[in-house]
Design a protein around this ligand. Sequence first.
Ligand code: FMN
Length: 171
Amino acid sequence: MNVLEAINARQSIRAYESRPVEPEKLEAVLSAANRAASAANLQAYHISVVRDDARKLALVAAAAGQKFLAGAPVVLVFAVDPARSAAKYGPRGEQIYCMQDACAAVCNAMLAAVELGLGACWVDAVFEDLAGKAVGLPPGLRAAVILPLGYPAEQPPRTSRRALSDLVTHL
Ligand SMILES: Cc1cc2nc3c(=O)[nH]c(=O)nc-3n(C[C@H](O)[C@H](O)[C@H](O)COP(=O)(O)O)c2cc1C
């Protein structure tokens, strides 16, 4: 599968088989996240890998009750590290770049998952303090994105998109 094929095949997957994700596949997803672009290569984020049920349930609460994420064998929590970015970029790093770094890493992880036959769904950590507590984040780190990961147990209909002409201007 090439990159364009992975981009086109990716869909949000919200139901997962119970079979575990092989450690080498998990490692490949994490390594893909780690290769993402980031402002000044600072990689101002942290990834927590969650496998235990109690933490998953706490993450469900942090995501405003989105129960499906607890059905994934592995749940990744991407947290931003504002201070790491702020040290170089000040408020812009603190407010924007750390989030952009984390989001770029999430996108890489999702595409790697597709290549490996896995499914994932970007879930917003609605209550970031609850999510942070669930994974024991140190002070200063803020949970941003929850990414359940597992073998798909559904094939959802393909979502639509805006027309390119609606969102692109050729100058
Ligand atoms: C910033 C962001 C937040 C999202 N939050 C959630 C969420 O909390 N729960 C959920 O089920 N999906 C969430 N999604 C997934 C979107 O619903 C999904 O990407 C969109 O409907 C397009 O569908 P597709 O991913 O299958 O192409 C989120 C996606 C993004 C980028």
